[in-house]
Design a protein around this ligand. Structure first.
Ligand SMILES: O=c1ccn([C@@H]2O[C@H](COP(=O)(O)O)[C@@H](O)[C@H]2O)c(=O)[nH]1
Length: 279
């Protein structure tokens, strides 16, 4: 079984370092001339999938925008996941799950067991109940070639008070998460399968990402104010592992599929330039 780290490395080599989110905000549905209902959601998700599924390395549906329509929204999420995978992009479901270990095991089987209807390539997870409580996700992911992206330094301003608080040994909470994930990925080639989420908005915080050896998902670009040029400041020597992520910045170009593709291409060009070593 090929690991998620290896699959992601290949996808980024072939398609470029870019993740595009599917975040059907009510405001975006309106801008696209769609109603804020199940039909609008379906049209939106289908349009993004058809425009970008065969060219972007990773697509990240935001589960909340599907969940808010109940079972019909979940049906659309299931078919979106299926279509994206058929088109060849890796699917990272942004669900930010986390709980006590026995419940995390159920979340793991929901998203990382290939027999599940919402099986995806990777999920986002919250370490607030302890990184160790996420072990069932890491284990099932490893068994089936899946990945997990653990929140470390999020892009929103409210995150800092918790994530940059100091623990008894003087490290920040975020650094303890970073260090635990680094241990999980130690020795993995070409890249570990447990990633971190580090916002592109956070500036130079002095956190040490050098030993992570896993992918670093960087949301916060575009609508939240960060630019590709900020990636160098935030990630420093860890830049080669960065997977930049845009949602509203690209989605706002729709519904014309050509305009969506052009927006994704622009984002990729900016990110390639920012991530290029020696730039
Ligand atoms: O720290 C984080 C973690 C996750 N997100 C998610 O990424 C997208 C960002 O959307 P934009 O439209 O590009 O702002 C959204 O789904 C968030 O829930 C994040 O922003 N920051």
């Amino acid at each position: 079984m090929e690991s998620f780290g290896a699959r992601l490395h290949r996808a980024v080599t072939e398609r470029g370092p870019l993740c595009v989110g599917i975040d059907p905000h009510p405001g975006l549905l309106a801008r696209w001339g769609l109603d804020d209902d199940v039909r609008g959601l379906d049209r939106f998700a289908r349009t993004v999938t058809e425009a970008l599924g065969d060219r972007v390395a990773v697509v990240k549906p935001q589960s909340a925008f599907f969940e808010r329509f109940g079972s019909k929204g979940m049906e659309i999420l299931e078919s979106t996941i299926r279509q994206l995978r058929e088109a060849g992009s890796l699917v990272l479901l942004d669900v930010k799950r986390g709980d006590i270990g026995s419940t995390v095991a159920a979340y793991a089987s929901a998203y990382l067991d290939p027999s599940s209807p919402v099986h995806v390539d990777a999920v986002t997870a919250s370490p607030y109940l302890g990184v160790g409580a996420l072990a069932p996700m890491f284990e099932l992911a490893a068994e089936h070639g899946g990945g997990v992206f653990v929140l470390a330094l999020t892009s929103n301003p409210e995150g800092a008070a918790v994530q940059r608080a100091r623990t008894a040994d003087g490290r920040t909470v975020a650094q303890t998460v970073i260090d635990e994930i680094s241990q999980l990925n130690a020795g993995a080639q070409p890249l570990g399968s447990v990633g971190l989420v580090v916002g592109a908005t956070i500036g130079d915080t002095g956190h040490d990402l050098s030993a992570v050896n896993g992918p670093l998902l960087a949301p916060g670009l575009g609508a939240q104010g960060a630019t590709a040029a900020d990636l160098r400041v935030v990630f420093g020597s860890a830049l080669p592992a960065v997977l930049p992520s845009y949602s509203r910045e690209v989605l706002g170009a729709g519904p014309d599929p050509d305009a969506l593709r052009a927006a994704a291409d622009r984002a990729l060009t900016d990110c390639r330039a920012a991530l290029a070593t020696g730039d």
